[in-house]
Every structure is written in structure tokens, then in C-alpha cells.
Write a protein that binds this ligand. Structure first.
Ligand code: PEP
Ligand code: MG
Length: 756
């Protein structure tokens, strides 16, 4: 008999048992009889995990007295090893295996052969199904296949409480496995604790046994078609066009999506009587088991992609689309994802989302900036973390140290609590800095403003005592909307922000969408997609061409600021005419409002970001037309180094403290001397203590930074004696030390300035 036929025979009978109205133990007893008969085995037993141990729940062939008496630890005996390693054992002579453990109460001494498979639920063993034979022979492959398929059906039945009495609670969710500490790259500092949630949730399989095999087959065919369409469409997305990791992933996706072997195996699983969902999961389970035996990181990466794709197929076939954000978070959450877009992150409930762990990610990717704005610690570059954590696992993120702890021990929990308390105390110290003005020791007043983008961010102004909002990223509103925000909605947001700022200055930056801040409603009607979105049709380039968009935003800003001061800043200005063109649109809208006798802003000032290196070369031409300039070091760095800020492979490659950046900034700072134009820095760089120190040394006295950094930066400022720092920086600029970071750190320490 084929593996499929053999499994189908068991499943059909299981189906009948499940339809009966007996109570759970009786059903379980029948199940072991059916399996034993089908595999002509003297023994069939089911062990399930209860209170951390594998308990014999049903047996045919072993001593019935042993049921609910015999218990094995995870890793104890053959059964325990199967559960621990999530592996299949097939032995002609069980006693010869080094892990064999004899339990006299079972009366199993007369049986020689032994085969066991784990009962897996959510990638964890929650039990073991085994068969035993008097005759010493290994089980056939078809029999093992049938056993594995049956184990999978059992796991679903157990999860749905159809095979266990309510009081027999099985450890489904809280399966104890070991604590693990993984390392990653700190993207947003901070500590967080919560339960693991996958951004792309696992699909719950409601029905495992098929009613109509042909119908299931058709469902899988349709899902495959749809998935292939999606993958092909992905290839047309801008992010996949620019080489590097994304392209490799896509190639692997394509390879699997069109892989005949994969679809054939799913089909075979359907033949054995499984539904489409269960068949996909069954094949995936088998792949996972094989993977555990192979120790090849390259292959493991591939399998990771297959896992992604398999989940995609499951979601399509089951219609369970959407992310964890759509389903809502129910408790303090640590979110796990391969990568996230800024808009996807913004969909989460900020009160429940405590931390994010990514397998990819880079320091200045917009999702990271958004997370920073939301005050959510993010750890990136944690290799294959999603296969090592289960939904619901307890997780500690220490993004200060760059670690994530899965299923922490009590000792680690206590240590973490202590750190948490300390960090809260430190935060409280910084909060006390709220009223303190950031003067350097030599009496220079440094302006410390915050970067914001969400309505709620504005409260940080009061909490931190910052001098204003140096960068309000208006595109955040566009990112969270599924359609283009109407002018009236924009106006309300800007007005609320100005109200909340209560007279403190706010610099509104016009939309910087495009790049890694893609919005679907604008991309849809562009015929071609950008090969290289960061350097493509984004920010002011897009706004000038989509004049309607900038007009609407200009009007919204002018109306919101009626009777008040309005500061407008344009992003990605590369040549002076772009600034003129953008300003002209505002002036035109101003005229329009003036003609209609509306109350105009009391004063309007215009400025621009300096984030495209070309602009630095023509600053002299631009300066007379500007009131202020703000250096966007995030983009500036990516353009100076030709290093995509969103590419995880380059995340740790270039340093903000490299001589190229520092000399470039120094030159701009020198070129500003004598002009009345205010200059500041609003990139992420300014919010880091060591980098901020460098900026102060270069002569910058205006910083706009992430709110959480205001306290630490104010405290730093008050320890600095600027004349010393600037002259040291001058010397370094002329002949840079081999390691600027080390040199500056040493300088800081010798001046009693703590860096961490
Ligand atoms: C920058 O580029 O440094 C900047 C502040 O703007 P954004 O990060 O929004 O591109
Ligand atoms: Mg920028």
C-alpha cells in the first residue's frame, strides 16, 4: 500500500471516531487501536505533554495500568528524545539505542522494534506517537509517513480539545523549552518585555481531514497560481529592483514558487486525506524535520525562505490574510518580523507594542525612525529568530546591549527587572533635565529640538522641555492613510500640532514620500517604478511634479498657521531652483488666501534640508533666499557613501564619525559664517551622545533629535567646554586619527563626559 493510501485509511477511521459521541479518553483509546491495526503493530501509544512531562495518555499493547502513570521528562528515554529533538526514530532493536529507558510498569520488555514520531503543535513537540513490534524489524518508509501524517492530525485534534478532556490540560502554549539569548544590531535603544507575536501570524488550521479530496486539490492549485502572481508582482516592486539581499530573496521565492517537487509533495499529502491547509503544513513540518538534521547555514537560509512562502501559501488558501496589527494586540507584545515598512509599524497599537525584533533592518531605515519616534526599542539583524521563537513566548529585548532573550529563566528575569528599574531611574534623571537649559560650560546656549511626525509626539515637547520641533515629518500622516489625506485632514493635524506646541517653534517639512516611504495610492498610477527609490522620484521631486499635492499641503499649512508663525522646510533640495519652485507654490497659495481675506500666518519663513551633497556646492547661491537650513545626515550619509540606508548588509559599514562626513559637515559649517541663515542638524546622528559631541565640536549649536535623546543630550551639553572641543576637532580634521570613534570616546572620558 502507498504511504498516501495507508494514511488515508487511518484518517478515514479517525474521522469516524471523531464523529462519535464518546468522551475523549474513549476516543483516544480507539485511536491507538486503529493505528496499531493499520500498521500491524502489537503496540501503539500516545504520550502527551502535561506539566512539562510526557505522560502516557493511551496505549494499545502496553500495560493499561501504566496509562496516566508513566511519565517521562523531555529528553528522557526514546520518547523524551523524540520530543526534545522533534525527530522521528525508527529502530529494529529499541534496547540497543543508548537513550532506551526501561519502565517496568509498562511491560514493554517483549517488544523489539520501535518507531516514534513527535506530535508537533506550532513547531513544538506536545506529545509523541509510537508503535512497537515483537519482531525486530525497522518500519517501512510508508509506515513512517503514515505515522507522521496521523501525528499531525492528532496535534490539531488535541489543540481543538477533541481528544482530551478539559481537565486534562495539555501544555500547548507554554511548552517549556530552554532559554536562549540571541544577539543582534541595536537599531533603537531601550528595554522591553512582552510576549512574542509574529507580524505575519501563523495560520490556524481548523480542519485537517478532507471531506472532498478533489476540492482540496483545486484549492491548492488556485492558491499556487495566486502566490506565483504575487511573487511575479513583487519582482516589479521598486525595493526588489536595486540588488542585494532583496533580489536574492526574490530569486529563492521564485525558485520555490515554481518548484514542481514542492507542489507534488503537497498533492501527495492531500491524497493521504488531508485538507489543503493541513497538507501544506504537513510538507513544511517534514522539511523542518529534515532541516534539523542538516547543518548548512546557506541551506538553512533557503529553507527560511521556503518557510515564508509556505506561510504565504497557507494564508492564501485559508483566506486568513492581514498582519498581527489587523487582528489587534491583546497584551504587551514583542513583534517579530523579517522586515517591516514604516506604514506597517504605524498600524500597531502603541500602548501594547513594546519592542520589535527584525531579522533584517538598518539604522536609518524609516521604519526604525518611526519606531524611535514611537519610543519602541528595535533589535535588528537577528538571524533566523523567527524559527527559534514561538508565538506567545516570553521575550526580553535589551536593545541597549543588543540582545534578545527568549523564554528567560527566573534569574534572567530578575536581572532584567533590575536593569529596567535602573533605566527608569536614569529616564527620571533625564526627565528632571526638563527645566534645565542646555548651556555648555563656557556659556553657549545649544538649541535642542525634537523630531516628530505623529500627533502624539508633540506631548514630548512638554515632557522633555525641548526648544521646539526642528523637524515635523508630515509624511507620517500619508504613510498611515490608505488614501491620500484630504487637505482638510492635513490642516487639522498641523493646527493641532501648532496648538500643542503652544508657541514653541515648529518646522514643518513638506512630504517626503517615495524611497522606502512608499505609499500605495501614489505608486499605483506611476507607470514605471523606480529602480533605485532612495535616489529616485521622491520628496520634493515628486511634490513639484504632483503640483496638486504640494498645493494642497501648502494651503493646509497656511490655514493651520493663521495668525501664527509658520516655518516650512523642503526635503531633498538638490539645486536652488527646486527651492524657488516650491516656495512659489506656497506664495501662490498665500495670494489666494489673501484675496479671499483669510487670516494669514503672522510670518512665514522658508528653509530647506541639506541632504543631497550637490546642494553643498551651491550654498552661496541659495543662502540669500533662505531663513534656515537643516542637515539631514541620514540621507546625506547614504549619498556621500553611496550606501543605501535601508540595506541591512551596509548597516554597520560606514560610521558617522568618519573623516569624510566630519570634513563635509565642517565645510558646510564654515561656509555659513557671515550669513544670517540658521543651521542645524536633524538626522539621527545628533541624538547619539558621541556623534552629538562631534557635531558640537564642528560648531553646530542647533540639534533636532528624537525625543528620548533630549535628556541625555542636554546633560551632555552641560559638561562640554566648547573651546577645548572645537580646537581638538580642528586638529582631528587636519589629521584624522585612525579610529575617530575611539579617539573621541577617550577625549570624552578624559573630560568626565560619559558616553553610554
Ligand atoms: C535625514 O535624511 O537625515 C532626515 C532627517 O530625513 P529623513 O530621515 O526623514 O529622510
Ligand atoms: Mg532625509
Amino acid at each position: 500500500m502507498s504511504a498516501a493510501a495507508s494514511a488515508r485509511q487511518i484518517l478515514t477511521q479517525l474521522h469516524e471516531v471523531m464523529a462519535g459521541r464518546h468522551h475523549a479518553q474513549h476516543k483516544l483509546d480507539r485511536v491507538v487501536e486503529i493505528i496499531a491495526d493499520s500498521l500491524t503493530s502489537e503496540v501503539c501509544s500516545i504520550y502527551l505533554l502535561r506539566e512539562g512531562e510526557l505522560e502516557l495518555f493511551a496505549t494499545r499493547g502496553l500495560n493499561p495500568e501504566a496509562v496516566h502513570v508513566t511519565r517521562m521528562g523531555i529528553g528522557e528515554g526514546l520518547t523524551g528524545m523524540i520530543a526534545k529533538n522533534i525527530e522521528t526514530l525508527n529502530l529494529a532493536e529499541a534496547k540497543a539505542h543508548p537513550d532506551f529507558l526501561y519502565r517496568p510498569e509498562t511491560g514493554e520488555e517483549k517488544f523489539h522494534s520501535f518507531a516514534g514520531v513527535p506530535i508537533v503543535y506550532r513547531e513544538r513537540a506536545v506529545g509523541v506517537l509510537c508503535v512497537q513490534h515483537v519482531e525486530p524489524r525497522r518500519y517501512e518508509d510508508v509506515e513512517i509517513e503514515a505515522l507522521q501524517t496521523t501525528a499531525m492530525v492528532l496535534s490539531e485534534l488535541i489543540a481543538h480539545k477533541e481528544l482530551v478532556d478539559d481537565e486534562d490540560t495539555i501544555d500547548l502554549d507554554e511548552v517549556p523549552t530552554e532559554c536562549e539569548v540571541l544577539e543582534g544590531l541595536t537599531l533603537v535603544k531601550g528595554l522591553a518585555a512582552g510576549r512574542a507575536v509574529f507580524h505575519q501570524p501563523r495560520v490556524e488550521i481548523d480542519q485537517v481531514v478532507a471531506e472532498d479530496i478533489e476540492a482540496e486539490r483545486q484549492r491548492v492549485y488556485r492558491a499556487f497560481d495566486k502566490m506565483r502572481d504575487q511573487i511575479d508582482a513583487m519582482g516589479r516592486e521598486p525595493e526588489f529592483g536595486k540588488g542585494g539581499e532583496h533580489v536574492e530573496v526574490l530569486e529563492t521565492y521564485k525558485m520555490f514558487a515554481y518548484d514542481e517537487g514542492w507542489s507534488r509533495r503537497i498533492n501527495e499529502a492531500i491524497d493521504s486525506g488531508l485538507t489543503a491547509e493541513a497538507a501544506i503544513e504537513r510538507v513544511q513540518q517534514r522539511t523542518r524535520m529534515r532541516m534539523r538534521e542538516i547543518d548548512d547555514p546557506l541551506l538553512a537560509d533557503r529553507m527560511h525562505d521556503l518557510e515564508d512562502l509556505s506561510n504565504r501559501l497557507l494564508r492564501i488558501v485559508s483566506g486568513q490574510l492581514g498582519t498581527a496589527a489587523t487582528q489587534g494586540l491583546r497584551r504587551d507584545t514583542i513583534l517579530f518580523a523579517r522586515n517591516l515598512g514604516p506604514a506597517e509599524l504605524l498600524e500597531y497599537d502603541r500602548r501594547r507594542l513594546k519592542g520589535v525584533v527584525l531579522e533584517e533592518g538598518s539604522l536609518t531605515a524609516h521604519v526604525v525612525i518611526v519606531a524611535r519616534a514611537m519610543g519602541i526599542p528595535v533589535l535588528g539583524r537577528v538571524a533566523r529568530v523567527r524559527s527559534r521563537v514561538a508565538e506567545g513566548d516570553e521575550v526580553l529585548v535589551d536593545a541597549d546591549k543588543g540582545t534578545v532573550t527568549l523564554r528567560p529563566s527566573q534569574q534572567l528575569l530578575d536581572a532584567f527587572d533590575a536593569r529596567f528599574t535602573k533605566s527608569r531611574e536614569r529616564a527620571a534623571t533625564y526627565a528632571e533635565m526638563r527645566e534645565v537649559e542646555p548651556f555648555t560650560r563656557d556659556g553657549t546656549r545649544i538649541t535642542v529640538m525634537i523630531n516628530a511626525g505623529l500627533r502624539d509626539d508633540v506631548s514630548a515637547l512638554q515632557l522633555t522641555g525641548a526648544d521646539g520641533i526642528g523637524l515635523f515629518r508630515t509624511e507620517f500622516q500619508f504613510l498611515v492613510s490608505s488614501t491620500l489625506p484630504a487637505r482638510e485632514r492635513q490642516m487639522r493635524l498641523y493646527r493641532d500640532v501648532l496648538d500643542a506646541a503652544d508657541g514653541k517653534p515648529v518646522i514643518f517639512r513638506t512630504v517626503d514620500i517615495g524611497g522606502d516611504k512608499a505609499v500605495p495610492y501614489l505608486d499605483n498610477d506611476t507607470a514605471e517604478r523606480d529602480e533605485n527609490p532612495a535616489m529616485g522620484w521622491r520628496a520634493l521631486r515628486l511634490s513639484l511634479e504632483r503640483e496638486g499635492l504640494l498645493k494642497a499641503q501648502a494651503r493646509a499649512l497656511l490655514e493651520a498657521a493663521s495668525g501664527r508663525q509658520l516655518s516650512v522646510m523642503f526635503p531633498m533640495v538638490s539645486e536652488p531652483w527646486e527651492f524657488d519652485a516650491a516656495k512659489a507654490i506656497f506664495e501662490e497659495q498665500l495670494d489666494f488666501l489673501r484675496e479671499r481675506r483669510k487670516v494669514l500666518p503672522e510670518a512665514i519663513e522658508y528653509g530647506c534640508m541639506l541632504e543631497v551633497p550637490s546642494l553643498a556646492e551651491v550654498l552661496d547661491q541659495l543662502l540669500p533666499r533662505l531663513s534656515f537650513i537643516s542637515i539631514g545626515t541620514n540621507d546625506l550619509t547614504q549619498f556621500l557613501f553611496a550606501a543605501d540606508r535601508a540595506n541591512p548588509k551596509l548597516a554597520a559599514r560606514y560610521d558617522w564619525l568618519s573623516p569624510s562626513i566630519l570634513r563635509f559637515l565642517a565645510r558646510i559649517s564654515a561656509n555659513m559664517v557671515g550669513s544670517n541663515v540658521r543651521i542645524g542638524v536633524c538626522g539621527e546622528m545628533g541624538g547619539r551622545r558621541l556623534e552629538a559631541l562631534a557635531l558640537l565640536g564642528l560648531g553646530f549649536t542647533r540639534l533636532s533629535i528624537t525625543p528620548a535623546a533630549v535628556g541625555p543630550i542636554k546633560e551632555l551639553v552641560r559638561k562640554v567646554y566648547l573651546p577645548d572641543l572645537t580646537s581638538q576637532m580642528q586638529r582631528w580634521l587636519i589629521s584624522p586619527p585612525a579610529d575617530m570613534r575611539a579617539a573621541l570616546t577617550e577625549w570624552a572620558l578624559s573630560n568626565d563626559i560619559e558616553i553610554e
